[in-house]
Design a protein around this ligand. Structure first.
Ligand SMILES: C[C@](O)(CO)[C@H](O)COP(=O)(O)OP(=O)(O)OC[C@H]1O[C@@H](n2ccc(N)nc2=O)[C@H](O)[C@@H]1O
Ligand SMILES: Nc1ncnc2c1ncn2[C@@H]1O[C@H](COP(=O)(O)OP(=O)(O)OP(=O)(O)O)[C@@H](O)[C@H]1O
Length: 317
């Protein structure tokens, strides 16, 4: 019998290619229709056996995050242990590339990676579906971090259906030093009343993707043509994010001057994702964006990439 000593799991950050939001439900969540794409900026979690659940964080934003039960990675491990009914512990080493509160679901990726890592370490034997249910309890973006690639999210954004996608897309990400809190961005959207009077909660048949901006993205992804995808990018939260952080208007304008095909605020922001034609074009846009000095960091990434997956499994006999 070979027992698992250590499990290394990697989960991606995301950009939202489209996002439509409607008036909040009674639980405060806004019904969403969004198309996610997982991109090549990763969170790594290594889980090892330990008495308790403990966390150590390295990398981008490590100093700004709690390592106790407020951290989504710790909450994921605790929820899994509770569900599986065991008493095992784990020491988690989290290495972050995704900036905190960037609209790229870094915390959600940490939770998804931890679910997979502890599931393997403890041999809980929960299926992918049960893990997806736990993921949805942890946060609206966590189920997508398990699935990765390109997918449509409805409900709170947590009901995931994979979307067929061809080709690789080259993105330039313009990041900001200071993050934006997701609830504040949704509150600002409420204040701006974007859906009134013409935007009630969607009816079932309204979610017909062929009649929504998401439908345009879904066909663009099949066509593997970034020029077509560029025309379909859209985010209802952009107006709220720009209202809270007017400098984002300058970032969006800079992506246009830099020659990007199109750009959009990712999720609740403040990261701006600019779409380019190919790797050389991305390098050129990134260079111009860096010299424009409107972002704290500029990164070139590609998507789609897979969701949370085991990279290494170290066992002993
Ligand atoms: C903006 C997105 O990133 C788009 O992908 C997500 O909707 C946010 O997902 P998330 O950060 O995992 O969200 P959660 O941790 O579940 O929720 C944080 C807070 O965001 C707001 N929230 C989130 C999702 C949603 N559909 N409606 C909301 O109003 C709520 O105030 C909620 O209390
Ligand atoms: N492991 C974690 N990594 C990042 N943030 C965490 C983590 N655990 C808890 N948090 C809290 O969650 C907040 C949002 O984190 P995150 O980095 O996922 O934001 P985000 O990328 O804007 O999320 P989303 O795109 O899902 O709205 C942070 O401000 C932080 O206080």
């Amino acid at each position: 019998m070979r027992a698992t000593e250590e499990v290394h799991v990697r989960a991606p950050g995301k950009v939202n290619l489209t996002l439509r939001a409607w008036r909040p439900r009674e639980d405060g969540y806004h019904p969403l229709e969004t198309v996610f794409q997982a991109v090549s900026l990763y969170e790594d979690v290594v889980a090892r056996h330990a008495e308790d659940i403990t966390l150590e964080i390295r990398g981008r934003g490590a100093d700004s995050l709690p390592t106790d039960g407020r951290n989504l990675a710790v909450r994921a491990a605790e929820l899994l242990r509770e569900t599986a009914g065991g008493s095992a512990g784990a020491h988690l080493t989290l290495t972050k590339q995704v900036p905190v509160a960037a609209g790229m679901a870094g915390g959600s990726a940490d939770a998804a990676a931890t679910l997979i890592a502890c599931d393997q370490l403890w041999g809980t034997g929960l299926g992918r579906e049960e893990l997806a249910e736990l993921a949805a309890e942890l946060g609206a973006d966590v189920p997508f971090a398990l699935t990765g690639m390109s997918a449509m999210g409805t409900g709170r954004g947590d009901l995931i259906s994979p979307v067929m996608s061809r080709g690789q897309y080259h993105w330039v990400l313009a990041m900001q030093e200071e993050g934006l809190a997701t609830p504040e961005v949704f509150d600002k959207l409420d204040e701006l009343h974007r859906w009134e009077p013409g935007r009630p909660e969607p009816e079932e048949d309204e979610l017909d993707t062929t009649r929504r901006p998401s439908g345009a993205v879904v066909s663009a992804l099949l066509g593997a043509d970034p020029l077509v995808l560029a025309r379909a990018l859209y985010n209802d939260l952009e107006v709220a994010a720009v209202s809270l952080r007017p400098e984002l208007g300058d970032v969006l304008a800079a992506t246009e001057r830099a020659g990007a095909l199109a750009a959009v605020v990712s999720g609740s922001g403040p990261t701006v994702a600019a779409l380019t034609l190919d790797a050389p074009h991305a390098a050129s846009v990134a260079g111009v964006m860096r010299s424009a000095e409107v972002a704290s960091e500029v990164h070139v990434v590609t998507g789609p990439v897979p969701g949370a997956r085991v990279l290494e499994h170290v066992g002993r006999r």
